[in-house]
Ligand binder design. Structure first.
Ligand SMILES: [Zn+2]
Length: 293
């Protein structure tokens, strides 16, 4: 099916009370697993790309693989640049063919976040590209760019950075963003302890917000909490760490059994693929996006 931006997908989700899992994809195996399972489940598909995976020719390689997948499946597909932090990064990924972007000014002062987000919507909207922004700041539980577990966000860090409902409406009016990532107690990465979601805060933000809301740090949040958040207005939930854990654990377990280290990748990745597919299917069914495409 043709590529699309986030507008139709998220408006339908908001209206009908479900959410769409948005998967960060870093390589071919991840793209393939997300495309196959979204098609099997008839779920709208949101593929997301991260700066760390975009150096040199790899940005266009990834975008073209997703475009090719989109042409071969029947569900709508959005290609979203996740956590861009500058206008230049966004201009480059739009050139490469993404249909949606996130400008993450969440660590900037409020006025500066408004300014940089406004600059992106002015550029992207005339091109039909949707824009997500973040207000409040979703902290990092554990960084994934290292081989060991590193710093974790403290409860105080999370508390200080929660989204303020009165600021959310004003922010959306000033920037005209299509959806807003909110900080309600989740964190990025792998949790050290179960996150405490602020449901009353979410209810108030949703009441104030003219645009659909997005939850980051979705991996590792208990299913009943996620479903309650969806019932209070969350329409897009970002997932990365759980799919990565499925990929890496599948690879590790498979490699441990192999005596022939010249085994073909289709063999080496077989268990990883199976485990990723399980996680992706579980998220789709838990969030209720199956059968919506
Ligand atoms: Zn995020």
């Amino acid at each position: 099916m043709a590529l699309t931006n986030l507008t139709g997908m998220l408006n339908d989700a908001r209206q009908k009370g479900y959410a769409i899992p948005a998967f960060d994809v870093s390589n071919f195996e991840m793209i393939r697993a997300v495309a196959e399972v979204c098609e099997e489940e008839k779920s709208p598909a949101i593929f997301m790309l991260l700066n760390a995976d975009m150096p040199g020719i790899s940005l266009k390689l990834l975008v073209d693989q997703i475009r090719s997948a989109a042409a071969q499946i029947s569900v709508p597909v959005c290609i979203h640049h996740d956590h861009a932090t500058s206008f230049e990064q966004i201009a480059r990924s739009i050139d490469a063919g993404v249909t949606s972007v996130m400008i993450d000014g969440s660590t900037l002062p409020y006025d500066e976040n408004v300014r940089v987000t406004r600059q992106v919507t002015s550029y992207a909207h005339p091109l039909g590209i949707t824009v997500e922004a973040e207000l409040g700041h979703v902290a990092d539980a554990i960084g994934g760019l290292t081989e060991t577990r590193t710093a974790s966000a403290s409860d105080d860090d999370i508390e200080r950075a929660l989204t303020r409902p009165e600021e959310a409406r004003r922010f959306i009016e000033l920037t005209e963003v299509d959806c807003l990532a909110v900080a309600i107690g989740t964190a990025h990465g792998v949790y050290v302890s179960t996150p405490t979601l602020r449901f009353e805060l979410l209810r108030r933000i949703n009441e104030q917000s003219p645009s659909p809301l997005v939850l980051h740090g979705g991996s590792g949040t208990p299913d009943p909490d996620v479903q309650r958040a969806i019932s209070l207005g969350i329409t897009k939930i970002n997932i990365y760490s759980e799919v990565l854990a499925a990929l890496n654990s599948g690879l590790k377990d498979k490699l441990d059994t192999l005596e022939n280290l010249s085994a073909w990748p289709c063999v080496v990745y077989s268990l990883a693929r199976e485990r990723m597919r399980e996680v992706i299917r579980h998220k789709i069914r838990t969030f209720g996006s199956n059968g919506r495409a």
